[in-house]
Design a protein around this ligand. Structure first.
Ligand code: MG
Length: 201
């Protein structure tokens, strides 16, 4: 399986990153070794500024390529919550030099994933989600604020990369990204229900 991540998909986050609003989806990938399904997260020693990015995640249930936007909703059946951990200091250096972001984004365990629900149980255009760090709210988002909808993202990505059953799409983060430190506890929720809990070591 592979992990596809959408960048700058919420206007307020693009603003806090001092990035222009994208005119088409921006995506990058993480390998399967980035997935962290259980256990604690250990901050890697190559970064001094590891940021959390809480994101709604789509689970692909049907293989496809060149998927039309109007059929895209048939290609995912579950929604969950994940964190796109980012070594912000490394990413800044990559951006400065015009280099790829993989060192900052695709490292082992950089994609913690929580539980999933069937997408039919949610109002897809109005999904609230939140990340708390040590009980304090850090990021609050809603799918209505996505620049590119779930269907648009699936359609766009599948023009370049075939989707397979089990692939995950991290759909972008709202504003409020910030550093984590050893001892922090991260809790993610969808519509007030806990989907993810992670201790930082
Ligand atoms: Mg992200």
């Amino acid at each position: 399986m592979k992990i596809i991540c959408i960048g700058r998909n919420y206007a307020e986050h693009a603003k806090e990153m001092k990035a222009d609003l994208p005119t088409e989806p921006v995506f990058f990938m993480k390998p399967d070794t980035a997935l962290l399904k259980e256990g604690d997260f250990y901050i890697p020693d190559f970064t001094k500024d590891l940021h959390h990015e809480i994101e709604l995640v789509l689970k692909i249930c049907k293989a496809g390529k060149h998927i039309e936007e109007s059929f895209a909703n048939k290609y995912y059946d579950q929604i969950g919550l994940g964190i796109d951990f980012t070594a912000r200091d490394i990413q800044a250096k990559c951006k400065e030099k015009g280099l790829p972001w993989e060192k900052a984004k695709a490292f082992d365990n950089s994609a913690p994933i929580g539980s999933f629900v069937k997408k039919d149980t949610l109002d897809l255009g109005n999904i609230n989600f939140e990340l708390k760090v040590n009980g304090q709210s850090r990021q609050v988002g809603n799918s209505k604020d996505l620049i590119f909808s779930f269907d648009k993202v699936i359609s766009y990505v599948s023009k370049f990369v075939s989707l397979k059953v089990g692939d995950l799409i991290y759909t972008g983060t709202p504003e409020g990204v910030a550093g984590v430190k050893i001892g922090d506890t991260l809790e993610g929720s969808i519509n007030g229900k806990e989907f993810l809990k992670l201790n930082i070591k």
